[in-house]
Ligand binder design. Structure first.
Ligand SMILES: *Cc1c(COP(=O)(O)O)cnc(C)c1O
Length: 402
């Protein structure tokens, strides 16, 4: 038995089956490459779901984490520490000022903080929320109540929240749904978990206008899109709008668990002392990692690099003519290959067989979200292999149907 299959058996016996048993056991990562328990090498085109933005083992991240772990690994929020303040200041600078930050350990917790924050800020008579169909905001109860993916939400309701869903990107539907009784609109700029589905241009500006007209809070979930993924620090900067509350996580820590809820203007000070808290939130090691991520994105000019690599990836994908490939969508290094048939699982599997890790995010969509440090040569390797991967996926699907 291989090391990988042995580990997978132990996984099946000891871990709850929420993820099934993942097909590959990883043991080592270097840059954009990872290695499995049997020594096979893969090009990592998913980066732990848009998380490992600097790739694996980046010296700046390793150094920052090791140094902080050796200096002071944890304080709790009974004490002030330098890294948390530094990181908050850095984020406030990046979002353009007039903001304050609450740190969490994950994306869903950033949205839970946002949820409590907008409830705190809402005047009397506001009692419902609006969110986007097929949207994803996390797995804890509040964030799940706002999550438009019915299959993952419905088994766990009711949540004691009045949440109304409108189609993503549909400003007319949003305007009809939001009035002066609405607490907040929760949305993503592009829906990551739905399959990297962008909204029409002008959507965020439209959400801003509707929220301004009605006094509802505009909460923008940039947990997947933020921190460089689209070639900008934040996706909303493409439309030059500012939400009232911004949530971040995934790429922020470069692999260490950290999330953030950023409140602007009156939402910066809507929480009073005692309103919210987290033992680990703002942990020094996680903050040191995030600071290293932000520093490195700047020092290695990774925003511009991401934009250029994203365009290159899109251009090269567009040159591939294959019956299973309908096209591609997304921005920066955050793309989906659109398939003409629901064979995404086969594509993921056949890509792995040939040494590429991609993600079957939906039956008709393959998500590509590599480390932001990916090179043109690495993109070229994938493009070169893709027709063969698609052929093999079609063959596997045909075989399965027989
Ligand atoms: C991943 C994600 C979340 C949840 O983050 P976790 O860290 O898994 O809790 C929330 N919103 C969006 C848009 C995400 O992509």
């Amino acid at each position: 038995m291989t090391n990988g299959s042995h580990l997978r058996e132990r996984f099946a016996a000891s871990l709850m089956p929420t993820y099934g048993v993942p097909p590959i056991a990883l043991t080592l990562g270097r840059g954009c490459e990872v290695y499995d328990a049997d020594g096979r090498q893969y090009l990592d085109l998913i980066a732990g779901i848009a998380v490992s933005s600097l790739g694996h083992g980046h010296p700046a991240l390793v150094k920052a984490v090791a140094h902080q772990a050796a200096t002071l690994a944890h304080t709790s929020n009974l004490f002030v520490h330098e890294r948390e303040v530094q990181l908050a200041e850095r984020l406030i600078g990046l979002v353009g000022g007039d903001a304050k930050v609450f740190f969490t350990n994950s994306g869903t917790e950033a949205n839970e903080a946002a949820l409590k924050l907008v409830k705190r800020a809402a005047g009397p008579g506001r009692h419902y929320f609006v969110a986007a169909s097929h949207g994803f905001h996390g797995r804890t109860s509040g964030a799940l109540a706002l999550t438009g993916k019915e299959a993952i939400r419905e088994p766990f309701g009711p949540f004691g929240m009045d949440v109304r869903f409108v189609p993503h990107g549909d400003l007319d539907a949003l305007a009809d749904a939001v009035d002066e009784h609405c607490v907040a609109v929760f949305t993503e700029p592009t829906q990551g978990e739905a399959g990297v589905v962008p909204a029409p241009e002008g959507y965020l500006a439209g959400v801003r206008r509707i929220c301004d007209d009605t006094g509802a809070a505009f909460v923008l979930d940039e947990i997947q899109s933020g921190i460089g993924r689209t070639g900008l620090w934040f996706a909303h900067q493409a439309e030059d709008v500012r939400p009232d509350v911004l949530t971040l996580a995934k790429g922020l820590g470069g692999g260490l668990p950290i999330g953030a809820c950023v409140g602007f203007g009156r939402y910066a000070d809507a929480f009073a002392k005692g309103d919210h808290g987290s033992t680990f939130g703002g942990n020094p090691v996680a903050c040191a990692a995030a600071l290293a991520v932000l520093d490195t994105i700047e020092s290695e000019n990774l925003l511009a690099h991401t934009a250029v690599m994203g365009d290159l990836l899109a251009e090269q994908l567009d040159t591939i003519d294959h019956p299973l490939l309908a096209g591609q969508r997304g921005s920066g290094l955050w793309r989906a290959l659109e398939l003409t048939a629901p064979h995404a699982a086969h594509v993921q599997e056949q890509a792995a067989v040939r040494g590429f890790l991609v993600n079957a995010v939906a039956p008709h969509a393959i998500r590509i979200a590599p480390p932001l440090v990916i090179t043109p040569e690495q993109i070229g390797l994938f493009i070169e292999a893709l027709p063969t991967i698609l052929d093999a996926a079609e063959a596997a699907a045909t075989k399965e149907q027989q």
